[in-house]
Design a binder for this molecule. Sequence first.
Ligand SMILES: Nc1ncnc2c1ncn2[C@@H]1O[C@H](COP(=O)(O)OP(=O)(O)OP(=O)(O)O)[C@@H](O)[C@H]1O
Length: 563
Amino acid sequence: MNALPAGLSPFATDMWRLLKPFAGVAAVATLIGSVGGLATAALLEQINSALHGSAAISVSAIAGLAVLAVFAVGGHTVAGVLNSVTGQRVVAALRKDVSLRIMGAPIAAVERMKSHRLQAILNEDIDTISDFTSEFAGHASAFAVTAGCAIYLFKLSPVLFLVSALALVVGIWINFAAARAWSRNFEKARTGEDELQKHYRSVVEGAKELRLNRMRRAQVHGVRLSGAADLIARLKARALGLFWAAEGTNSAIFFLVVVWILAARPSLGIDAQVVSGFIIVLLFVKGPIEELAALLPFLSQAQVAFRRIARLSAEFRKEPHAVDSAQPAFLASHIELQQARYRFEARQEGAKPFEVGPIDLRLRRGETLFIVGGNGSGKTTLVKLLLGLYQPSEGQLLLDAAPVNDRSREAYRGLFSAIFSDYHLFDELVAQDAEHIRAAGELMRRLGVADKVQLVDGMFSTTDVSTGQRKRLALVHAWLEDRPVVMFDEWAADQDPEFRSVFYRELLPELKREGKTLIVVSHDDRYFDVADRVIRMSAGRVVEEFVPPGKPKSSRAFMADVR
Ligand SMILES: Nc1ncnc2c1ncn2[C@@H]1O[C@H](COP(=O)(O)OP(=O)(O)OP(=O)(O)O)[C@@H](O)[C@H]1O
């Protein structure tokens, strides 16, 4: 059970790893369901014999029927409950696994994937698998009922059984042929779900803009969102229409078989009691067979969902994963980029991809480095390279002259606190001991947000505050992390003039006095003198490096660290 079947794809390996803990319970559930199903078939056999027997039914036969009924009903129920619980636990494991995979993936892969596509996987695909597992519960007993009834039907009349089995095979073939067609529709519908998620985001995140612009509203809702929703509805309706058509054809075949049995009975010379018993069981088994057939659309959708998750797994595997590390690295002397380049994939075919580098840059411990330059010049990309979030396409990143590699990257990242321009504000403090809570409260007072936001059980009472105030809350997190290097990407852009001055003239110098190394992406040339050194980016290259006027001579020691 523990050995991994050889030659599995990475996705199958992942799925096996995920399902393995539940395999035991699933096997027990299947066994109990099968016992229940076989008991149902045996019950049918007993009822049939009792119906056609000449003598009155004995007490022991009634007791036997009662025992079979208990097994039939009990097996079905217990298997259903066990399968439902297992199914939901598998889904919970999948939810945790996919989230973990996203968190462990290289940032570039996450950015390439786009958040609406990830949302669609986290919501749509996992829900589809959840639906499938709920539907699946109890199907082991439907399968066992069918198998048990098949054995009994064979015992009743091998000829009638063979004809019925042939009809069943034709029915299964029709279902599978239809399933291929409906799968294609489900696949296309799933692509539509990605689009739909994107438009949902526009509706939620662009609520203000949409209120103001009727034409935009008509475009986003009337054309894009409605178009995607209608397309999905059409494709799914077509897929389910195919299912019902196959189902109808199968029912017609089934009744044809019954009619044929009735018509052919005299010529086949089969006993009337056998025929009636056969037809009763056949009519009974139609239910479980339809139940199994109804699982097919769910199976198709679950396959599509699994394929999406598999694609995510493959995408997130392309780049090596960092080794998890609780211990941050130690910065003794400097961080360095050597001949580092980073190339984005071209957004459209034929378009020139944007490239940052080659860059040689040395950041000394304790230094305050300002990175300036026009929009799109590559400042944030350079920062992501320095923080070990992007891996250089060429060249390397070094910490105290040692290359940062897959093994050390996670610990290296532990050197940094960062507030990106597209930061995410978490509402909960990571460290919740009394000392951190006190320090957080004190900081919130200093940053002028304490009258708006309180700390309740280690969480901000609200994050629905102004844009500038939200950034101050993000600063509380960064400050409390107390990492050796702090990076601010245009942090002050949303602050009022007074607080901007507080940030550059008080907070940054205070962090520097505490021994922090600071990376500040800024457009505020009025405060360049706060920096020990300023580098200017243009078109992905460092085009200028200077020590701000008025800085002490010692600052020049940081010069010539960039080429
Ligand atoms: N995820 C991405 N995929 C493809 N290209 C990207 C991506 N992110 C950035 N780029 C490209 O890289 C260039 C540099 O982007 P970057 O964010 O580093 O610039 P920046 O100097 O920080 O700009 P700004 O001042 O506007 O924040 C941009 O012109 C953009 O075309």
